[in-house]
Design a protein around this ligand. Structure first.
Ligand SMILES: [Zn+2]
Ligand SMILES: [Zn+2]
Length: 307
């Protein structure tokens, strides 16, 4: 299974339009960008996980023309509002061969999608409901949805577990999407080979709206699920307040509840701005905590052969 990280940014992408914070400035200087978080998987079939407003350029940049199924995690705009853009696949498909793309989401999420895009259902999108804990039907890949707690405005949000039998055993990828908690997951999420988890904040913030995972708290889940190979971080935002930054007065900026302390300096670890700083900081913390799995800060366009 191969994965392409189509986007690794938060709901408004980074650098955020009109923002002069140190994170956006640094990224701007380096020409770095994080589009809205979405994932593309190739496993003998082409699976698109989430479809935000950047999907047109994401498909273009990565040369993607075929999508066999779409998996939507929840009904927030950055995860489904790009579905309309996929109409080009139907418009340019051969008329005799075209059939709507199986599109999976929970019933609650489908209510939100259909309110906006009822005209796509049956033509572009083949509406399919996911049932928690039950593998999705008609896919080659075993994909099992699990319930996640995200926010009041995203009831019915789910993550997905992808698993495949290979020559050397079963391989498993856990995709959590936006969440603050996962309950009653049983053994479904334990010991995956790969974990994709959001790091919307670096530190757990005083104000966490509308319910996102911070890198600091994701460490609890990494320790709970114990990924065997690699954890990838996605959905990265600029909401952490960097001490001394004048842009900290903006509404989105939030102070940490209790920053992690670097044992060598006795001071909090510095908040990362760009890709290199993120990767360095995460690696430092991984070594300090003696975590067994690798942690890769994903960036847009990152391609990984998982198994
Ligand atoms: Zn999101
Ligand atoms: Zn969300």
């Amino acid at each position: 299974m191969d994965a392409i990280f189509l986007g690794t940014g938060s709901a408004w992408g980074l650098p955020e339009h009109g923002c002069r914070c140190r994170i956006c400035q640094k990224m701007g200087q380096l020409g770095e960008e994080r589009l809205r978080t979405a994932l593309f998987l190739e496993a003998g079939e082409h699976l698109l996980v989430d479809c935000g407003p950047d999907i047109r350029s994401q498909l273009g940049r990565n040369g993607i023309e075929n999508i066999d199924a779409i998996l939507i995690t929840h009904g927030h705009g950055d995860h489904y509002i790009g579905l309309d853009e996929l109409e080009v696949l139907r418009r340019n498909g051969e008329s005799v061969q075209w059939s709507p793309i199986p599109t999976f989401a929970s019933e609650t999420t489908w209510e939100i999608i259909e309110r906006r895009f009822d005209y796509l259902v049956g033509k572009l999108l083949d509406k399919r409901f996911v049932k928690i804990g039950q593998p999705l039907e008609t896919l080659r890949t075993r994909v099992t949805p699990f319930r996640t707690t995200h926010s009041k405005s995203a009831k019915g949000s789910v993550g997905y577990v992808f698993s495949e039998q290979t020559m050397t055993g079963v391989r498993k990828l856990v995709y959590t999407s936006d969440f603050v908690d996962v309950r009653d997951e049983g053994s479904l999420l334990g010991e995956p080979d790969f974990l994709i988890v959001q790091s919307h904040f670096f530190y757990e913030p005083m104000v966490n709206r509308p319910g996102h995972m911070s890198f600091q708290r994701s460490l609890e889940f990494i320790q709970r699920w114990r990924p065997k190979s690699t954890t990838f971080l996605v959905h990265i935002s600029d909401a952490d307040a960097i001490p001394g930054d004048e842009a900290n007065v903006s509404l989105k900026k939030t102070e940490p509840v209790e920053p992690m302390i670097n044992p060598r300096t006795g001071q909090p670890y510095g908040i990362p701005t760009c890709q290199d700083e993120w990767q360095e900081r995460v690696e430092e913390i991984r070594m300090d905590l003696n975590l067994p799995c690798k942690i890769t800060v994903a960036h847009d366009g990152l391609r990984v052969s998982l198994w």
